[in-house]
Design a protein around this ligand. Structure first.
Ligand code: ADP
Ligand code: MG
Length: 240
């Protein structure tokens, strides 16, 4: 589904991603872990061109998305993204937040979009919040709404960048539960997280990033039981 070839990214003279080669297959749940500053967010943001690669190519279903001839907005509609800080529009109701993109991109009329929004809200237990505003919700509720908003576009893949890192501890579980359900339904997912329990339980593959490289990757069973690189062992000793 996503094919990353010789991806490098620099900010000025800081070399943040160093010649990364990676494939994401349909239905995979790839969990990316690694120390702060190792390039996890930059890598994820390159996948939907929120960051422009300095070198290399990113393909989505065979289309090179960093080719200037590619309609990147058409590609982005198929890639949902959820950030650490929700990024909901504060001046719009939850229903409007969710239906804005499907309606504006003419994927749906308002009525169909409303119907879809309510169904999705029901699935995450927040149907009664449709007419509320973001500041009336808890962090965990806001993040569940952010997930619903991304799903409303019927994406083929969901990218998550530390979706639970800004939440109070008691709200982490409700967001991870929604993500687990999504995983069980077969969604292709790429998730940057520090939640090792989620990685163990949900990942089909764990990638460990360090210093702008994918240093090591494996199934969660193998990865956690037999990490190979010294940096991986050191990192795991701090987070487990
Ligand atoms: P992680 O998500 O693993 O913590 P990031 O991808 O956010 O790492 O950042 C990797 C490195 O790139 C860091 O050194 C960070 O300071 C740098 N970086 C990220 N974004 C920018 C930017 N827009 N401008 C300059 N440097 C950046
Ligand atoms: Mg990050």
């Amino acid at each position: 589904m996503i094919d990353v070839k010789n991806l490098s990214k620099s900010f000025g003279h800081i070399h943040v991603l160093k010649n990364i080669n990676e494939h994401i297959y349909p239905g995979e749940k790839v969990v990316i872990i690694g120390p702060s500053g190792s390039g996890k967010s930059t890598f994820l943001r390159c996948l939907n061109l929120l960051e422009t690669p300095t070198e290399g190519t990113i393909s989505f279903e065979g289309t090179v998305i960093n080719d200037p001839k590619t309609d990147i907005n058409a590609i982005r509609r198929q890639m949902g993204m959820v950030f650490q800080h929700f990024n909901l529009f504060p001046n719009m109701t939850i229903r409007k937040n969710i239906t804005l993109a499907p309606v504006q991109t003419k994927r749906m009329g308002q009525e169909e979009a409303d119907e879809t929004a309510l169904k999705l809200l029901e699935r995450v237990g927040l149907k009664d919040k449709a007419e509320a505003y973001p500041n009336q919700l808890s962090g965990g509720q806001k993040q569940r709404i952010a997930i619903v908003r991304a799903l409303a576009m019927k994406p083929k893949v969901m990218l998550f960048d530390e979706p639970t890192s800004a939440l109070d501890p008691e709200m982490v579980g409700e967001v991870l539960d929604v993500m687990k359900e999504l995983a069980n339904e077969g969604m292709t997912m790429v998730v940057v997280t520090h939640e090792m329990g989620f990685a163990r339980e949900v990942a089909s593959r764990v990638l460990f990033m360090d210093g702008g490289n994918i240093l090591e990757q494996n199934t969660p069973q193998e990865f956690f039981a037999n990490p190979k690189e010294a940096r991986t062992i050191e990192f795991l000793s701090k987070v487990l």
